[in-house]
Design a protein around this ligand. Sequence first.
Ligand SMILES: Cc1ncc(COP(=O)(O)O)c(C=O)c1O
Length: 381
Amino acid sequence: MNKMEKKDYQIGDEIRTWSVCIPDNAGKEVEKTLKSTWINTGKKEKEFREKICNRFKAPYATATTSGTNALKIALKSIGVGSGDEVVSTPYTFMATNTSVLELGAKPVFADIQYDTLNIDPVSVAEKITSKTKAIICVHYAGNAVDLNELREVASAHNLPIIEDSAHAMATEYQGMPIGSTGDMACFSFQCVKIVTCGDGGVVTTTNKELHEKMQKISWYGINRDAKKLDILDPLPHSPDGLGLKANMNDIIATLACSAIDYLDTALEVRFKYGKIYREELGSLTKIKLMNYKEDRKPNYQIFPVHVENRKKFAEYMWSKGIQVNINNRRNDIYEMFGGLQKDLKNLEKADNDVILIPMHNDLNDNDVSRIVDTIKVYDSQ
Ligand SMILES: Cc1ncc(COP(=O)(O)O)c(C=O)c1O
């Protein structure tokens, strides 16, 4: 990509918080798919699912139209519906929790850990009731949740965990990629994710039965593979329950395949600049980094930091031509989730002081030195 060309999403010459990463060959690959005239879910979608399974050591994968639909499919596959509760994190993009609401169930918010922004397994244990049907966690900013501790809580109550892994493509926990272990992991390929196809998603699982259910739910409750060559009626007689229209088509799958093939190159940039940020900004006084625990490997999908006077910091950074942004608000500010909760103390602190500094694939060494130097000057004032 030519750094000099201004992107449509740039306002001026500022260093952006995020960018869109599309490999150069993606357009040509899409052209081939278009010319093949098969643009529905088909060969490319299968190839994409295989790529996901191979790259992330995931036994099974269902490709979807979005991360939100991946979450809904996962929730539906374990029967979450009206009257059920799902213990979830309030510090996330609202889709994590609107997907629960859309199925008629209620997200019940546990507190987060202030130093990782991830759901706190201790608080999860306190929120479980007889109505709880599942637990949702988010590997926030691509920094993995305390999965062992969370799994202990879940198995004590015989509950499945859905890992909202929208930020966590290629994140590792104790040497294993997110999505390779556990019940279900839902990924998003929305435009600013490391792997993007415009919009898309995938659910991985280690459970064959759940996988077969999710494959059906993604397409009206029908097993696509059971379609037969029948000139009059190629569909099986009856759907297996009410499904969604959430299958990934081959145009989108082609983009997704190109992005997965480019993933290691994309990750190199993030690993490089994530390391620089941690080395250069790790011992400041006004800016505090996340706690990146030793047994996990973050993908640096985004780079949140805690800053005491966030507005002042933002004004300063913007005045120096560096964009910083709030990524998510505590979800209980949205009326639909039942109103503000007073018992979520770490959430309250984080909601007041977390801000993103730039992390994306268009950054270069000069940008990153400028960001680091600018932050250091702010810290020293
Ligand atoms: C944590 C989280 N969950 C879910 C989603 C929803 O994904 P999608 O936009 O692909 O539906 C997002 C999107 O950014 C997200 O950040």
